[in-house]
Design a protein around this ligand. Structure first.
Ligand code: ZN
Length: 411
């Protein structure tokens, strides 16, 4: 997805605002001597923004609009050290709600829906983002926040909620409770808007089947508004994102260079119209790809594939970027293998190779199973691994998190 003329014009306005405000990134751009860009090459030479820089700007160093225009802050829940504080103007808050309204519309949700919001309210962007978008749409919000499952289910029944907004793990918990309590006939849910975590196909099927609802993946991060910058459509082939508000490029996380559409890499996002805290080329460390071509739904908005993992998880085998969860998903399609597996990557005879160890019971032809797994990896990811099938119980197990990927190239 090359940056368009219009997007270049918007980026220049963001650069102007940053530099003239003297904010954290404004100073950095000024020091780097950056004024205007006029081509995609210029754009790709702009420096990246990193989460660590954002922490250095704590508390309000990112503030780019005058304080009189700032109406709110949000904060990302940093796992280590200082949090990141993002200031929003009234226009930023409104833009975010407009994007979120589009998300609901993409999922076929209307002003006659009743939307139960279970993500948390507070400093982070989750609950309030779902709420503002729903109000913009004109739907009825049931602002529950997380937890208190008894109350949650009572309201779901009494209010006849039709849409559940949730994390995948909480949706699964609710689905299991509904099943356990035998109250499925009193639940009116039709759709689920699920955000913020990576989740496998097996989990998705369970939630969808047990609740009897359609599921939509929503994307976003606090640094870039919050959830709502993209969502999957009913064809479930990637998430449409709003390229009039954000520009997304995919880079090789090692070299920092753009990769062609269709190839996996790190998601880098540039805000196009943000006022409170514009960000240029923000490295999300999320791994995904741009899906080329047009979606069967006909939407003109480009698509980002669902998030495949974090940059730290990526492996490169025979020139192809691979994530452990891609292998995991493929193995999940083989009911004859156990949940234990091990991936070993080594460098032999000048080539990177991947060996996959899986377990099965004695009733299966080991060689045939190995061949079928290797062929599936080849057709879905693009290289042929060596697959070794062993008896159940032979792979190492540990009380703690089992190490499933062993990279021997750097040992
Ligand atoms: Zn679509």
């Amino acid at each position: 997805m090359r940056i368009s003329e219009e997007q270049i014009r918007q980026v220049n306005k963001q650069i102007d605002a940053l530099v003239s405000s003297g904010s954290f990134y404004g100073k950095k751009l000024k020091e780097a001597g950056i004024e205007h860009i006029s081509s995609s090459e210029d754009f790709e030479n702009l420096p990246f923004s990193e989460k660590n820089d954002l922490r250095d700007a704590y508390p309000l160093g990112l503030m780019t609009a005058p304080e009189k225009d700032i109406v709110r802050i949000h904060s990302s829940s940093g796992t280590t050290g200082l949090p990141v504080i993002i200031p929003y103007t009234a226009k930023d808050v409104d833009d975010w709600a407009i994007m979120f309204k589009r998300c609901y519309e993409m999922a076929g949700i209307t002003n006659m829906d009743r939307i139960q919001v279970t993500p948390g309210y507070g400093l982070w962007t989750a609950g309030i983002g779902f709420q503002n978008g729903a109000e913009k749409l004109g739907a009825m919000v049931i602002p529950m926040g997380p937890g208190n499952t008894d109350k949650q289910l009572q309201m779901m029944m009494d209010m006849k909620s039709t849409v559940l907004c949730s994390t995948s793990s909480y949706a699964l918990l609710l689905a299991e409770e509904i099943e356990k309590r035998g109250i499925k006939d009193q639940i009116h849910l039709k759709k689920g808007v699920i955000g913020s975590e990576r989740w496998g196909e097996k989990m998705r099927q369970r939630i969808s089947n047990e609740l009897g609802i359609e599921l939509y993946d929503i994307y976003g991060l606090t640094e870039i508004y919050g959830p709502g910058i993209g969502i999957s459509c009913k064809h479930d082939c990637g998430m449409h994102y709003w390229d009039d508000y954000i520009y997304i490029e995919i880079i090789d996380p090692k070299t920092g260079k753009n990769v062609p559409d269709g190839e996996f890499g790190e998601v880098v996002i540039t805000t196009l119209v943000k006022e409170g805290a514009p960000l240029i080329r923000y490295r999300t460390h999320d791994m995904s790809r741009i899906i080329p071509g047009t979606c069967p739904c006909g939407s003109p908005f480009p698509r980002l594939d669902v998030i495949a993992g974090r940059t730290d998880d990526m492996m490169k085998i025979k020139g192809v970027n691979v994530f452990p969860n891609q292998i995991e998903e493929i193995l999940a399609g083989f009911p004859e293998v156990s949940s234990e597996y091990q991936i070993r990557i080594s460098h032999l005879d000048g080539k990177d190779t991947m060996r996959i160890y899986v377990e099965t019971n004695g009733s299966v032809d080991f060689q045939d199973l190995a061949k079928r797994i290797a062929a599936t990896v080849k057709s879905k990811i693009g290289f042929t691994p060596l697959v070794k099938v062993v008896e159940i119980g032979l792979l190492p197990r540990s009380e703690k998190k089992t190490k499933r990927v062993i990279d021997e190239r750097y040992e």
